[in-house]
Write a protein that binds this ligand. Structure first.
Ligand code: ATP
Length: 212
């Protein structure tokens, strides 16, 4: 059996230990490497403070020296914002029809899935693992609840033995850290230690885009 590939997309402006912790927990629970995939931000959203090369440099430094969390720059390489469905189609082309792909989504993002471009097609391309916080229940729109009713599985092994189409709940340890808070601390001249990986502090250039 070939191991699945899990994908955690985001802005990573900057990467912080909330991202890294959920990526690690997902990797362990799914027994699969997780690719952190920085996104181009569409023009109608507020632009990241750090440019793509800076965000990649921060991710590279943070992920150095371990194998289960990897960097995948394919969305930035395309030079314009991409729909997730197109990214997954590209990965299908690269990894073949049989390889299991697992899209990691926070429960909030998942609840909004029906607004995504070609959202139903996502299940033809990948499994979805929804990162849930113990004790928090997110209400789903009826259309989405119907779509996933027959897709739910409680077994991570099911995500290894088929390439796509299942829905898996993945409880993760909640860490109340956001990139916005890290940016605000840095802009105020404060120390983000222990909210971001040490590698970002080791090189003073990496967090420079956020310091005023
Ligand atoms: P911002 O504060 O700029 O909106 P963010 O910290 O939410 O950024 P993103 O790059 O947008 O970071 O997040 C990428 C992915 O990581 C998303 O799926 C998001 O839900 C998840 N994520 C971010 N922070 C956490 C956290 N503290 N715990 C769990 N998941 C997180």
């Amino acid at each position: 059996m070939i191991e699945p590939i899990a994908i955690l997309g985001g802005t990573f402006d900057p990467v912080h230990i909330g991202h890294l912790r959920v990526a690690l927990e997902a990797s362990e629970a799914l027994d699969a490497p997780v690719r952190l995939m920085p996104a181009h931000v569409p023009p109608h959203r507020s632009a990241p403070v750090a440019n793509p090369a800076q965000r990649v440099a921060m991710l590279r430094a943070s992920l150095a020296g371990q194998d289960h969390l990897q960097l995948d720059t394919r969305e930035l390489d395309r030079r314009e914002p991409s729909y997730t469905v197109d990214t997954l189609r590209q990965m299908r082309g690269e990894f073949g029809a049989e390889r299991s792909l697992i899209l990691l989504l926070g429960a909030d993002a998942f609840a909004g899935l029906t607004t995504w471009h070609e959202w139903r097609a996502l299940f033809d391309l990948a499994h979805i693992a929804v990162m849930t916080r113990p004790g928090h229940d997110t209400r789903l729109p009826a259309e989405l609840a119907t779509e996933i009713a027959s897709r739910r599985t409680r077994s991570a092994t099911d995500l290894h033995t088929s390439p796509c189409g299942k829905l898996f709940d993945l409880p993760v340890t909640p860490l109340e850290i956001s990139a916005s808070v890290v940016r605000a601390l840095l802009a105020a001249g404060r120390d983000p230690r222990w909210l971001v990986p040490d590698a970002l502090l080791a090189d003073p250039g990496l967090l420079a885009p956020y310091r005023s």
